[in-house]
Design a protein around this ligand. Sequence first.
Ligand SMILES: C[S@@+](CC[C@H](N)C(=O)[O-])C[C@H]1O[C@@H](n2cnc3c(N)ncnc32)[C@H](O)[C@@H]1O
Length: 308
Amino acid sequence: MNIDKNAKPFLKWAGGKTQLLNNIEMALPKDILKGKFTYIEPFVGSGAVLFWMLNNFPNMDKAIVNDVNEDLINTYKTIAEKPKELISILQILQNEFHGLEGQDDAKKEYYYSKRELYNKRNKEQSVQAALFIFLNRTCFNGLYRVNRKNEFNVPMGSYKRPTICDKENILAVSQALQNVAILCGDYEETLSYADNNTLFYFDPPYKPLSETSSFNSYAKDEFNDEEQIRLRDFCYKLDTLGHSWILSNSDVKGKNENDNFFDDLYADFNIQRINARRNINANPEKRGVLKELLITNHVSSQEYVRAI
Ligand SMILES: C[S@@+](CC[C@H](N)C(=O)[O-])C[C@H]1O[C@@H](n2cnc3c(N)ncnc32)[C@H](O)[C@@H]1O
């Protein structure tokens, strides 16, 4: 797959993986990436790992991405299919929003009217996608949170002149997505796309470190402990079928040393603890260094990784 090297995530997203790319690189399986291979990312979010993989492995044969968030996947599809239409709508939104600089009440009114419009979900695909990007760029901390009725309910952020229309990147992403299958559904449905040389990267909603730190409501359904166990079962299944996978999650043991939730679930696999910075935290003082887990079912590309 031949793509523009500059494609990068077009969204801010909780759990974005840009800062962990070095660790993920070291955890890649040795053999699979040598020849043609299939890459599957079942919880794609903002796609930091997807774009990095596309940029760095031109020998990748096929890429498949999936997310349960329909509005997110609609945005990916719009970028892939109608980038210019999207750019022209984003340009208008950006001009209008920037034009209100210094008029706090008018800016607020504008933001909330676009949020209301988005939540009606009765506009065509490209308008919904533009509103999705607009809200992501202007809302509080780039969060995506919806209520039980799937209504986006994040308040306005305090950015002065946020970039809403990054034309160059949208074009680069559009090109990068030309050979990527974009699916919307439950992660288990991606299995049918695997072949005999496949790498899965799983970045599910993290298990919260405490009740109040819970930020895993990207979608209207919660990803609770039962869901974490269902995902472990799926990983076992993939392992039995001979597929390679890498999985990220929070390190609950860092918070409570007696909490063996993931150590027990993934006892048969390789568990690494890596340093990570969390950016999605309302309180800047809590955006410190935390540990995260990187779990694999294969030997990493660099042996020393496992000694860390
Ligand atoms: C931690 S985020 C992924 C972050 C991504 N790696 C990035 O760099 O932005 C988890 C994603 O899983 C999605 N998700 C939640 N439940 C899901 C399910 N059952 N199947 C597929 N995706 C799901 C959420 O919508 C969210 O986008």
